[in-house]
Design a protein around this ligand. Structure first.
Ligand code: ACO
Length: 325
């Protein structure tokens, strides 16, 4: 059974935090952030939660696909910043959108999470276990960022994106045609967060560094520029096509320089790598579906085009997916 993306949706919280705002908070400059990352601003959730953002993205994806919440059979939310341990974010989304008939659960593979969730939904549908799914990436990273650490706090933003996927009809050419994913737990120390505050819990230990993100930026950088091209190449091989056959690459928006390096390694024009990092920062598992939704709505992705989605994250995890739109 083939699996195709039928609709997309996304949301960014209203509040914008600019590089100039960050200059007032830590010892940094707009110029450093733009040159080293490509970021100018990011969105920060004030009242929104992972579940409320995910639900809003799902509603937009359902609308874009012309489908109803009641008929949705599976909801997978990729997140590493859910505001409650139990119930999982996907079950709260189920309630918020009224998808009473869905199976719902979360996946945590950090910034690689959306691809892991998409791959899981693909297998559910391909095996006949269900016919459709909402696959979501949603994060409120601002809750686990150390706002006194200039090497991490300038990088991240909040938001959510979702796709509605469905089994293809016989003879249809659209759909997922290749996938690759992997994990490298041996490199787990590159990016970690031991625990977290739970919103609304009594007296959060806001000073405990165990509850905040720690990252060796240069190690993560080197990991990404080495591993992502290998992963994309494997996914393309599994699809039986080459880089020259790809129309658009929708990559995890972690750093403009990482994306430029990946494009160079793949010997592909950077124009095929659209970015929104300037406005969003790194929204972790949400970055790929947010960018995909923006491109889809802008008409930048057209029916029949070949699209590669790829990302990496804490774990370390990485994945790539080849889709005929
Ligand atoms: N403003 C000014 N100076 C800074 C800042 C800042 N915000 N942050 C770091 N610096 C300084 C450092 O202290 C260092 O100074 P020093 O030379 O005096 O020691 C200097 O800038 C260079 O630091 P590097 O870390 O070597 O800078 P680099 O060019 O590697 O860029 C960055 C840092 C942007 C973090 C880069 O390494 C990167 O993007 N790495 C990947 C990070 C990433 O993608 N993380 C997300 C993974 S996905 C997930 O799962 C969440």
């Amino acid at each position: 059974m083939g699996v195709a993306i039928r609709g997309t949706g996304s949301i960014l919280p209203e509040k914008i935090l600019t590089n100039q705002d960050l200059e007032q908070m830590v010892d940094t400059t707009d110029e450093w952030i733009r040159q080293r990352t490509g970021m100018k601003e990011r969105h920060i959730a004030e009242k929104d939660t992972v579940a409320s953002l995910a639900a809003a993205a799902c509603k937009r994806a359902l609308e874009s696909a012309g489908k109803s919440a009641e008929d949705t059979e599976l909801i997978i939310v990729a997140t590493c910043t859910t505001e409650m341990l139990l119930p999982c974010a996907a079950c709260r989304v189920q309630k918020l959108i009224g998808a009473a008939n869905a199976i719902a659960f979360d996946i945590n593979a950090a910034c690689g999470g959306f691809l892991f969730a998409l791959n899981t939904a693909h297998h559910y549908i391909a095996s006949g276990a269900c016919r459709n799914a909402l696959v979501v990436g949603a994060e409120v990273l601002s809750e686990i960022i150390d706002w006194t650490d200039r090497s991490t706090c300038v990088l991240f933003g909040d938001g959510a994106g979702a796709v509605y996927v469905e089994e293809t009809i016989s003879g249809e050419r659209s759909g997922i045609i290749g996938m690759s994913q992997g994990s490298s737990g041996m490199n787990g120390q590159m990016l970690y967060c031991r625990g977290r505050n739970v919103k609304g819990a009594t007296e959060p230990e806001i000073n405990s560094s165990d509850l905040l993100v720690h990252m060796s930026g240069s190690d993560v950088y080197r990991f990404a520029v080495r591993q992502v091209p290998i992963c994309i190449t494997k996914a393309l091989d599994s699809a039986g096509i080459g880089t020259e056959d790809v129309d658009v690459y929708v990559l995890h928006q972690a750093n403009r320089r990482i994306i430029e390096s990946i494009a160079k390694t793949l010997k592909t024009d950077i124009d095929k790598f659209p970015m929104n990092i300037e406005r969003t920062g790194n929204t972790s598992s949400a970055s790929i579906p947010i960018l995909l939704d923006e491109l889809h709505r802008a008409g930048r992705i057209q029916k029949g085009q070949r699209v590669v989605l790829s990302g990496f994250g804490a774990g370390m995890t990485y994945g790539a997916c080849v889709v005929v739109w």
